[in-house]
Design a protein. Structure first.
Length: 368
């Protein structure tokens, strides 16, 4: 079990406005000893624990950080159980677990981040629109994170959620103000890290590969969005195929990881447009590919490492894709398909019947 005594001494000393020299003088020890404690280079002798706890008016457990260590172990177990439930597609159980853990540990920021995203995609709400159902709580949580939290990842999640809430409320001026709090593209970590390392070094290669993956995903998203806003179906198909080609350029076949969801979406979007132009065979080809990629995503482990040359060594973690952690992609896409005009036109087609029959059993607990 980790102990946090050095960190706690430093925190308690600063809270009382004491210098290391002043604390050392009060305890009749050297300032160098206090400095070593706070840097984690040594720990106080057992005979110093009671005087230290008494001086700061805290318990020995609090001084040692035992409460924090126990909390850290419990939270670790919560995240492990969340991952297990997510892998089984038990969305509501995972939501309840994180909600209860957040109530118990409201000051653990990574747990707060996970809870915020769980609220945004609340599985108990219609169409998973938890942002509307939990708007006031999300506003409060985002405000607290931005006021108190120093963890960049959690702060950026809060800004992301806050911008969406402002959009939901029609407060576009506030949404734009929030967006401007993000760094511009040039100052992102992925863009700057390759400049830090020696060109040609292993660290430089990995930084470049991480940058390629991040920017490729962003470009694919923008190409997709342009295509979806293009009314003419043949032109929309042409643009969507460019996004597919970019994905296949960056990733080797079988090494798509999160981009399995990207390819699934792209092929299904293309399929719907082929239906509109009455190219039914091409539409069914794309529907089948889209569902095969959705199935491949659902079968991914929680973590995987890319092997493609351009992104080799990059680690994919499902838990970092908050909206995709605890739901089945096949179930989601099949639900959308069965409600679509394309399905109403093709429901009597033998290939469409076979597709639905093949993928319906893979939907798990998610009812369609």
């Amino acid at each position: 079990m980790d102990l946090f005594i050095g960190e706690n001494i430093k925190r308690l000393r600063r809270e009382r406005g004491l210098t290391q020299e002043t604390l050392a003088e009060r305890l009749h020890i050297s300032a160098a000893a206090v400095s070593k404690w706070e840097r984690g280079e040594s720990v106080p002798d057992i005979g110093m624990l009671l005087p230290l706890a008494s001086y700061f008016n805290v318990s020995s457990d609090e001084l040692l950080g035992l409460n924090a260590a126990k909390a850290k172990e419990k939270i670790k177990a919560v995240f492990e159980e969340r991952d297990r439930l997510s892998a089984l597609g038990k969305e509501r159980e995972a939501f309840d677990l994180i909600a209860n853990a957040h109530r118990e540990f409201p000051d653990y920021w990574l747990l707060t981040e996970d809870y915020m995203w769980k609220l945004v995609y609340d599985p108990y709400t219609e169409d998973r629109r938890g942002d509307a159902a939990h708007k006031e709580e999300l506003y409060a949580l985002c405000g607290r994170v931005l006021d108190e939290c120093q963890v960049d990842r959690v702060r950026y999640s809060a800004l992301n959620i806050l911008e969406g809430l402002y959009e939901l409320d029609g407060r576009r001026d506030k949404a734009m103000e929030t967006l401007k709090r993000f760094p511009n593209l040039y100052y992102t970590r992925e863009n700057l890290l390759p400049l830090f390392y020696d060109e040609g070094s292993d660290e430089w290669r990995q930084a470049v590969r991480s940058k390629i993956a991040v920017f490729a995903e962003a470009i694919m998203t923008d190409i997709r969005d342009l295509a979806l806003k293009t009314a003419e179906p043949h032109e929309s198909i042409r643009i969507l195929k460019k996004a597919v080609a970019l994905c296949e350029l960056v990733y080797d076949e079988g090494d798509y990881c999160f981009s399995y969801t990207r390819l699934s979406d792209l092929y299904i979007f293309i399929a719907h447009r082929y239906v509109r132009v009455r190219d039914i065979d091409a539409a069914l080809d794309c529907f089948e590919k889209g569902f095969m990629y959705a199935k491949a995503y659902d079968e991914l482990p929680l973590t995987d490492t890319h092997t493609s040359f351009l992104v080799r060594g990059n680690v994919y973690d499902k838990r970092n894709t908050s909206s995709m952690t605890d739901r089945k992609k096949v179930a989601e896409e099949l639900g959308h398909l069965l409600e679509s005009d394309s399905y109403r036109q093709l429901k009597d087609n033998e290939r469409m019947k076979a597709l639905v029959a093949a993928f319906l059993p893979l939907c798990g607990e998610k009812a369609l």
